[in-house]
Design a protein around this ligand. Structure first.
Ligand SMILES: *Cc1c(COP(=O)(O)O)cnc(C)c1O
Length: 422
């Protein structure tokens, strides 16, 4: 193949060839404009309709349209009744929201390492992390691959733990035929613009339990309504926030929801082509979907076998060179999270609210030493991700170009050892 674009050769993918997510058509325009002309812009008819339509699509009893996935996650934490000092088992690798939502309720995340193959929380490590203070498990269906929920439910049952599902990346992913968001006590989806159901911003707090719904919803408007202090004079009896959804975003998300199943099919076709084209490529670790899982390919994660590619020293440094080379070929790719969650300063310093709170308030001895998370660390040094390029409007023709770009960079990887960014 020709010389790397990074070193002055021709690009594998022409400028402007990869289309932008999400595709917008007449339906999106009409629904958003209709909402614009309506008198209600917050928590109005578009929000209520989105809740009903999403509940039907995902198979849940209750959905509340929140302002963000992060807000919806916090509502899950409050909804299942967690309180200050309670411990929640969380994956060591995710987006910060999943563990931040726990800390925002003064509860304490206890991190569990990932399974390197699935990049998800490793359920076989849960039991060893349970203490008398453990109350819940936060599962994150990362990159669109469901966690092995049978194993999680088994541990939860044995220790009487509640389950929150972070489904921000999980729309439509299934485990043994069940959609994510239907396994736990509460779940949160995101409608942020990068997610598979785009409303610009937005989130969906989901549960089948009326009490969980009420407790979670109480956070959404300064806790001025809902149990345990419903009725006259209830205002301000609890600490609340403002987590309401808005109608313009909900109208956009409703239009996109009508197209979601079609999107998921097209993404699956693109991912299948990429996997087939790249199977056996030396130095590349392809993402997998174990038996019983339907992946939604939210993020088609590429990982590099650094030993095979002859990278010495800091693996992340050589990975960054590969990312530069892929980008130069015209492939939109980015390293998502560069460090495991416990590496964040808030955990290393054990200080979220000042004076060491919430850890200091509960004599918490939870240990955030990074040696406990070797798989998450290894992952952080060798991955890069692809989201938009394998989604519509891109088709298998674009996926073929992406595969060619990846193969080209791998073939020339040896030339990057001595290359230094200028
Ligand atoms: C995006 C994301 C969130 C937060 O969703 P927002 O709508 O952006 O607040 C939470 N968890 C994961 C895994 C995410 O990817």
């Amino acid at each position: 193949m020709s010389k790397l674009a990074l070193l002055g050769g021709p690009r594998a993918i022409d400028e402007g060839r990869i289309g932008r997510w999400p595709p917008i058509d007449e339906l999106d325009r009409r629904m958003v404009l209709e909402s614009l002309e309506s008198p209600t812009h917050v928590g109005g008819p578009q929000c209520r309709a989105l809740e009903e339509e999403f509940a039907a699509w995902n198979g849940n009893r209750f959905v509340f349209n929140a302002g963000s996935g992060t807000g919806a996650l916090h509502m899950c934490v409050a909804g299942i009744g967690l309180g200050a000092g309670d411990e929640v088992l969380c994956p060591a690798y995710s987006w910060p929201s999943s563990c931040m939502a726990v800390v925002h309720h003064q509860a304490i995340p206890v991190f569990v390492d990932i399974d390197f193959a699935t990049i998800n929380l490793d359920p076989s490590l849960l039991e060893a992390a349970v203490t008398p203070r453990t109350r819940a498990i936060m599962v994150v269906h990362l990159h669109g691959l469901a966690v092995d929920m049978e194993a999680v439910l088994e541990v939860a049952g044995r220790y009487d733990l509640r389950i929150i599902e972070d489904c921000a990346q999980g729309h439509g992913a299934t485990f043994r035929g069940g959609k994510v968001g239907t396994f736990g006590d509460a779940a949160a989806f995101s409608c942020n613009q990068n997610k598979l159901l785009c409303g610009g911003e937005g989130g969906l707090f989901v549960t089948d339990d009326e009490e969980v719904l009420a407790r979670g919803k109480a956070l959404s408007l300064y806790a001025d309504s809902g149990p345990p202090h419903d009725g006259p004079g209830a205002e301000g009896y609890a600490l609340g926030y403002k987590y309401l959804g808005n109608d313009l975003a909900a109208a956009f998300a409703r239009a996109q929801l009508t197209k979601l199943d079609g999107y998921l099919e097209q993404i699956a076709a693109n991912a299948a082509l990429l996997s087939a084209e790249l199977a056996g490529a030396p130095g590349l670790i392809l993402p997998t979907a174990p038996e019983g899982h339907i992946h939604n390919w939210y993020n088609f994660t590429l990982r590099f076998d650094m030993a095979l590619l002859g990278a010495e020293g800091d693996p992340a440094g050589f990975r960054d060179k590969l990312v530069r080379a892929l980008t130069a070929e015209g492939m939109p790719t980015a390293v998502w999270q560069r460090v495991p969650l416990p590496a964040m300063n808030v955990f290393q310093a054990r200080n979220a609210y000042g004076r060491g709170a919430p850890w200091s308030c509960h004599n918490s001895r939870v240990d955030y030493a990074l040696e406990q998370f070797p798989k998450a660390q290894r992952h952080c040094g060798c991955h890069t991700g692809m989201t938009d390029p394998i989604r519509p409007p891109n088709t298998p023709a674009e996926a073929k170009l992406l595969a060619d770009a990846i193969a080209k960079v791998l073939e020339h990887a040896g030339e990057l050892h001595d290359w230094e960014p200028t």
